[in-house]
Design a protein around this ligand. Structure first.
Ligand code: SF4
Length: 441
């Protein structure tokens, strides 16, 4: 079959790929590997590489295919509908399948779009090959079975972006690649769960360390990888596995520096593990500090405290691991004093990179339901689910001018002033660094 893989990826708009918004879509990458193994031909359209809709339309017109598969995050729901409509205008007999987080979490809403012939939910690896062998007899909504042993999966298809990605971290060298080492998360954060578990299940599935290192070795050998990021929800949640990774990475002579996500409570509990990671090349850690208020952290079920946030930052600085700080403003029930406390905490932490965001109720999360049931949600289009610093109009009761002023203050005098100027001029570029909805750590 001739299959056209399409990633809208328009959280940062058209032409954003060459401006550094070129993160790799692992879902598309794994599907591409599966399709090629099964003998299908694959074309790939990454809309971030296009200048606008006319270029997208032209590409759809000139590309021969039987089935289009569109990867749909919540922010891309409206663009996905637009793409499906265009495909049907080209030829009504062409089939359109959508998959990804939004169809999985909002299946009923997705199914209301008549131009979507198939709605594939959950994970694709196990079920997709048999579905494609028998597409005409397949029900419209397909639930993908969960692959239990991740080592049995193919590596993602890096030929879709052989040059790698733009590092989120200023001193990590290119070629830089992101990998995933596990699926799932043990924690309960209300801005994220239970959506994350609805996609990946209630347990964490980990690749073996050898399998992870095989992929890193292949990236180094074939693509000249010089640094990487482990893009797991929380790479450090299983200590012996992390220790094994550190030991074997060094033993294999993989010297590339890397970044990963962790949590303040884990860092406080296991500073020795952070030292071990540093010795193995960890140079940046992403930490979801979220708030400088213990009440807000409890509301978020983050299971961390402000003093843990400060201590974790101190531990990382002592070891020499740079901090990429994620935090947010504009939560329901959050007061102005609590926002000020977040600014104060971030100024005390002095992270090497600040990544503030405006709270956005992510579909499928506990806070989404809270906001929906309380009649708070103001978002009316999928673009409204962007979480960047210039976002406004998410939920009722939040003073977004104040939120933006807090964001500017949290960035410090120079970056804060620069952002303030951009906001004043209305020239704020789309700056969210976090394409995955619902994750903040
Ligand atoms: S925000 Fe991170 S730590 Fe919290 S539940 Fe989601 S993935 Fe897990």
């Amino acid at each position: 079959m001739r299959i056209f893989l399409i990633y809208p990826g328009l959280v940062e708009g058209f032409d954003s790929y060459r401006k550094g918004h070129d993160w790799f879509n692992h879902g598309v990458g794994i599907i591409s590997s599966i399709l090629k193994r099964e003998g299908h031909s694959v074309e790939y359209l990454d809309c971030r590489r296009m200048k606008g809709w006319s270029e997208v339309d032209k590409t759809i017109d000139v590309t021969p295919f039987d089935l289009a598969m569109i990867s749909v995050a919540t922010v891309d729901f409206d663009p996905a509908k637009r793409i499906a409509r265009k495909i049907k205008q080209k030829d009504r007999s062409l089939k359109v399948m959508v998959g990804g987080p939004h169809p999985t979490l909002m299946t009923e809403e997705t199914a209301t779009v008549a131009d979507f012939d198939y709605i594939f939910t959950h994970e694709s690896e196990v079920t997709l090959p048999s579905v494609l062998k028998n597409l005409s007899d397949t029900p419209r909504v397909i639930k993908g079975a969960m692959p239990k042993v991740l080592d049995e999966l193919l590596f993602v298809d890096r030929s879709l972006a052989p040059e790698g990605e733009t590092p989120w971290f200023h001193d990590l060298a290119k070629p830089y690649f992101a990998i995933t080492a596990s699926r799932g998360c043990l924690y309960q954060c209300t801005f994220c769960q239970p959506a994350e578990r609805a996609v990946f299940g209630n347990t964490v599935r980990k690749r073996s360390v050898d399998n992870i290192l095989d992929e890193l070795t292949a990236l180094a050998d074939h693509y000249g990888m010089r640094s990487f990021m482990i893009h797991d929800d929380c790479f450090t949640q299983y200590y012996p596995w992390v220790e094994e990774f550190c030991k074997k990475k060094q033993r294999r002579g993989l010297t590339q520096p890397f970044a990963c996500q962790s949590r303040a409570d884990i860092i406080c509990r296991r500073p020795d593990l952070m030292q071990r990671l540093y010795d193995a090349g960890l140079r940046w850690v992403l930490i979801g500090f979220e708030s400088g208020s213990d009440r807000v952290l409890a509301f978020l079920k983050k299971n961390t405290t402000v003093s843990q946030n400060l201590e974790a930052a101190h531990i990382c600085k002592r070891i020499g691991i740079k901090i990429f700080a994620n935090y947010m403003f504009g939560l329901p029930t959050e007061t102005k004093e609590e926002m000020s406390a977040t600014v104060k905490m971030i100024r005390a932490i002095k992270p090497e990179h600040c990544s503030p965001s405006v709270f956005t109720p992510a579909p499928g999360s506990e806070l989404y339901e809270y906001c929906r049931d309380s009649g708070l949600i103001l978002i009316t289009s999928s673009e409204g689910y962007r979480r960047s610093s210039d976002s406004t109009g998410k939920i009722k009761g939040v003073d977004y001018r104040y939120v933006q002023s807090m964001i500017c203050r949290s960035l410090g005098p120079v970056r804060g002033m620069y952002l303030r100027l951009l906001l004043l001029k209305g020239r704020m570029t789309r700056g969210s660094r976090r394409p995955v909805q619902g994750h903040s750590d």
